[in-house]
Design a binder for this molecule. Structure first.
Ligand code: ADP
Length: 525
């Protein structure tokens, strides 16, 4: 910084003649005013004719000094203000009290309007106080007004939005908890109209128990100190009924931190709570029925053991008699013994089925999973069913699986299912054929179908046959009575291994049962 510009070195020029200073200051002011760009600053004579004009005035109003000086200042006013003689009023007031301030629309040279803040100051001669004219300072506040208007509109929109919300009660409290606003949701949920409730204390919504424990005040205290309070609890409607509410209270503070009040948002969760309650009850019941299923299957296991022992004894002694160990038997007696034996076998079958079914129902079936090539399984069951088919003169065809078809399953359970499907097919076919075909597979699954040309199943019974103890075709067949549990167990087992059984049938023509099982993903080639 050069030496001669330090403050110490400011030359003492202020000691020039007083007149010189005054002149210099006047000139400086003129320059200052002239160059100000943000304010229109100009002088009027006592009648309102324009005497001077600055850069800001030109920028704001669009006239050059040459155009405007000598014109009456009412040129800046919109017609409605002129009609009210407002310009003249302004000057009169400024002359009377020294100063007049106003905000309003003014007109630019091009006819456009701007929102102006106008201050008119009366200028008086210091010696005799007579009016020499007016100073007029105008600011363009259009932007500020627009911003205010935008804000007002957005606040209005927001107010309308809140007002219209029906699912939430949204309202405001003053710092002491008195209600200051109310919306449609609040009216819907709590039952009060805004006329009834505004001004009341918000503790009106609380149950007597909560009031006694001082809960409303506590909630405001927490919201005031932490900013927000949230809870779920019972609240009371105008008609005295209770509803389960989710409540959020938010403290509203000014930027300086002072508390303005609270915003309270309440939701009615009565229905949701009731649904939750129902779900809990259902889960409890399910748990109880799981428990009772377990007890049932334990009971059935014990019972079947108890039943099997004497049944086996009956079978054993029947065999002894049949073999003539106790002495010779007549043909008639032999026939009777065979009937006893068949019934004993049948009863054993029923006991086994019941036991299996109750285990499957209780989810207690244990699956011994392994990689199972279907070819071997199908050969086994075909051998087992051959004698039955041959006895009824039924033509049995087996269409084996390709060797690469391998499932991930419990081998003995797959055999049990296929044997059940095959023996049903044979049982419910009086003449014709039964076919087992490994006839379908995709990336994930394999399908094995058992076809027969037997009695068929009425369409409306097709799903029912999978229910336990349902026997549709009993009257149509001479087959030995079953238990009606075979298909129920088979489908449970198939589903338990990730597969399924689906039946189609045409009455008089035959039936198809397709078992699907998941392929073993690791050994697939
Ligand atoms: P069950 O064979 O012991 O009666 P299932 O559960 O195996 O019990 O079968 C239920 C019923 O479904 C049978 O009683 C029969 O009416 C019908 N059903 C099953 N398989 C066939 C079939 N292949 N053809 C006709 N009806 C069948």
């Amino acid at each position: 910084m050069p030496e001669n510009r330090t403050f110490d070195n400011i030359p003492a020029t202020r000691q020039q003649s007083a007149g010189g200073i005054a002149h210099e200051t006047g000139e400086l002011h003129r320059l200052l005013v002239d160059s100000i760009d943000d304010y229109a600053i100009f002088a009027l004579d006592p009648d309102g004719y324009i005497l001077s004009w600055n850069a800001g005035a030109q920028r704001l109003k669009g006239y050059t000094a040459r155009e405007i000086i000598g014109q009456h200042f009412s040129i800046f006013y919109p017609p409605e203000k002129i009609a009210q003689s407002f310009p003249a009023f302004e000057l009169r007031e400024a002359a009377r009290v020294g100063r007049f301030e106003d905000e309003g629309w003014r007109v630019r040279k091009d006819g456009s309007r701007f929102w102006a803040n106008v201050v008119i100051t009366a200028l008086r001669d210091p010696s005799d106080r007579h009016l020499v004219g007016f100073a007029k300072v105008t600011r363009d506040l259009t932007d500020r007004r627009q911003a205010e208007e935008t804000l007002r509109q957005s606040e209005e929109r927001f107010r309308l939005l809140v007002q219209g919300v029906k699912d939430y009660a949204i309202f405001m409290l003053d710092p002491t908890g008195h209600i200051t606003t109310w919306n449609a949701g609040a009216e819907r949920i709590k039952g009060y109209t805004s006329d009834e409730i505004i001004g009341k204390h918000f503790s009106i919504f609380y149950t007597p128990e909560d009031l006694e424990s001082g809960k409303p005040a506590r909630e405001l205290k927490v919201a005031g100190s932490t900013g927000v309070y949230e809870e779920e609890g019972w609240r009371v409607r105008k008609d005295g009924s209770r509803f389960w509410a989710n409540v959020v209270i938010t403290a509203l503070r000014k930027p300086d931190g002072s508390l303005v009040g609270f915003a309270k948002v309440t939701r009615d969760l009565t229905d949701r709570r009731a649904a939750q309650q129902r779900a809990i009850e259902a889960a409890k019941k399910a748990a109880v029925s799981d428990e009772s299923n377990r007890t049932k299957s334990e009971f059935l296991a014990a019972m079947s053991h108890e039943l099997r022992t004497p049944l086996n004894a009956i079978g054993g002694y029947t065999d002894l008699l049949t073999m003539g160990v106790r002495g010779s038997v007549t043909q008639e007696q032999l026939d009777d013994l065979q009937r006893i034996k068949r019934s004993q076998q049948h009863l054993l079958g029923i006991i086994n089925d019941i036991l299996n079914y109750s285990r499957a129902e209780a989810g207690q079936t244990i699956y011994d999973y392994a990689t199972v090539p279907l070819t071997g399984v199908i050969e086994n069951v075909a051998h087992m069913i051959e004698p039955q088919a041959a006895a009824k003169n039924i033509f049995l065809t087996i269409q084996a699986c390709p060797p690469n078809i391998v499932v991930w399953a419990d081998k003995s359970k797959v055999e049990q299912i296929l044997l059940n499907l095959l023996s049903n097919a044979v049982k419910f076919t009086n003449e014709g054929s039964v076919t087992l075909a490994c006839d379908w597979h995709d990336e994930q699954r394999v399908g094995i179908t058992v076809h027969d040309t037997g009695l068929g199943i009425p369409a409306d019974q097709l799903e029912r046959i999978f229910e336990p103890f349902v026997q549709v075709a009993r009257s149509l067949t001479r087959a030995q009575e079953g238990t009606g549990l075979g298909l129920a167990i088979s489908r449970d087992l198939a589903r338990g291994m990730g597969g399924d059984i689906v039946a189609t049938s045409e009455i008089g023509k035959g039936s198809q049962f397709r078992l699907t099982l998941p392929r073993d993903q690791n050994t697939r080639v």
